[in-house]
Design a protein around this ligand. Structure first.
Ligand SMILES: Cc1ncc(COP(=O)(O)O)c(C=O)c1O
Length: 378
């Protein structure tokens, strides 16, 4: 997991999030502030310098990358958004003629990127759904298998270890979008994936005020490829945003623990209410992903999916629930929810809501949700 003081191994991710990536020394602050620089003092051979020009390197990135790498069980590179991280991986790993397999039920903008650019660059993009049975047969000639588990928005899971083994037998690389699970609850690299990508806009930062993303891997060539893409492409994380994400990340353990605990109770409440026709939560006994979630994740997450009979009932719920902000995105300290069909990009029922459970006191939140559900029933 990394070291705190020299020679002292850190075992738990919540401790690593607090201690890794900080410079410890007499009279230094616990966490250094953002380093604002475009240039650094530099004489002599720039090839010997760690910090030569700030499009390629920055000390604030280095601190955040160190802690994210420790949490992912590899090494990390940060990007100015989750999509920037995803685009860096897809662009640096794929070549014309390659075959990419993407989840048909995963984050819609990843699919949009693939169909807008990769198709045009001669990559064959194949979509298959996340749910296990359909992934058991991977298409021939696959070069890159992209997984997203739990998938956003329907929260299906797939078995990273089994699929990584199968894909590696085919000679393919495996990337996992770890955003919904978080590096705190799931370790794709340990399960055999070659790359883990994440939108740190979500629970890693946790405060709904910054966009950020990262790529993690144990393979130097892959990391060099995405870092080169970042340098040449020129879209880089700002030092202030990087520092804010690092500050948010330090409390990820305690935040996510609380969010998961409340999410379990919210899922149970929803499952018992007559206004709700279906609930998806990988921690709910009886959910199709329950057994796999127990094996693959250290806890089932803070996202809950549930369905009302139609769009009007779902919208009524959103307007009645006063502690649930109607917003897209997820993973923040405030509970948020949205009727996903309003975007028209996902194959979801009209009455389906994805809720991200936040840090409100569980009693207040459950009472608020319960009242809103009763009002929907009418
Ligand atoms: C699963 C998943 N991956 C990637 C992204 C993209 O992240 P960002 O909005 O930080 O670019 C999102 C955003 O919602 C997401 O849900």
């Amino acid at each position: 997991m990394g070291e705190g003081r020299p020679g002292r191994e850190i075992v738990k991710k919540s401790t690593a999030a607090l201690h890794v990536g900080l410079e410890i020394g007499q009279e230094l602050p616990f966490a250094a502030g953002p380093v604002f620089a475009s240039a650094y003092h530099l004489s002599g051979d720039p090839a010997q310098a760690t910090y030569a020009y700030a499009r390629s390197s920055n000390p604030s990135w280095a601190s955040l990358e160190e802690v994210l790498g420790a949490l992912e069980g590899g090494r990390a590179r940060v990007f100015p958004s989750g999509m920037a991280a995803i685009a860096a991986v897809l662009t640096s790993l794929l070549e014309p003629g390659d075959r990419l397999v993407l989840p048909s039920d995963g984050y819609s903008i990843t699919r949009q990127f693939a169909h807008t650019y990769l198709d045009r660059w001669g990559v064959d993009v194949v979509e298959i759904p996340t749910a296990g049975a359909d992934l058991s047969v991977l298409p021939e000639g696959i070069d890159l298998l992209w997984l997203e588990t739990p998938s956003n928005p329907m929260l299906d899971l797939c078995d990273i270890e089994v699929l990584a083994t199968r894909a590696h037998d085919e000679g393919a690389l495996v990337v996992v979008d770890n955003t919904t699970a978080t590096p705190y609850l799931q370790s794709p690299l340990e399960l055999g994936a070659d790359v883990s990508v994440s939108s740190d806009t979500k629970a890693v930062n946790g405060h709904s005020d910054v966009l950020m993303g990262h790529v993690a891997s144990r393979c130097d060539e892959i990391l060099e490829g995405v870092a080169l893409w970042r340098t040449l492409n020129g879209a880089i994380p700002g030092p202030m945003e990087t520092w804010l994400v690092h500050r948010g990340l330090m409390t990820m353990g305690v935040r996510v623990d609380r969010q998961v605990a409340t999410a379990g109770r919210v899922a149970e409440l929803l499952a018992e209410h007559p206004a709700v026709t279906a609930v998806r939560y990988p921690g709910l006994v009886g959910d199709p992903s329950y057994a796999l979630a127990r094996r693959q994740m250290s806890a089932p997450g803070f996202l809950v999916g549930f369905t009302f009979e139609d769009a009007a009932a779902a919208e009524r719920f959103l307007s009645e629930a006063s502690l649930v902000y109607d917003a897209t995105s997820f993973g923040g300290i405030h509970t948020t929810a949205e009727r996903r069909a309003r975007w028209g990009t996902d194959e979801v029922p009209e009455g389906f809501i994805r809720m991200s459970v936040g840090l409100e006191d569980p009693a207040d939140l459950l009472a608020d949700i319960s009242l809103a559900l009763d009002r929907v029933s009418g």
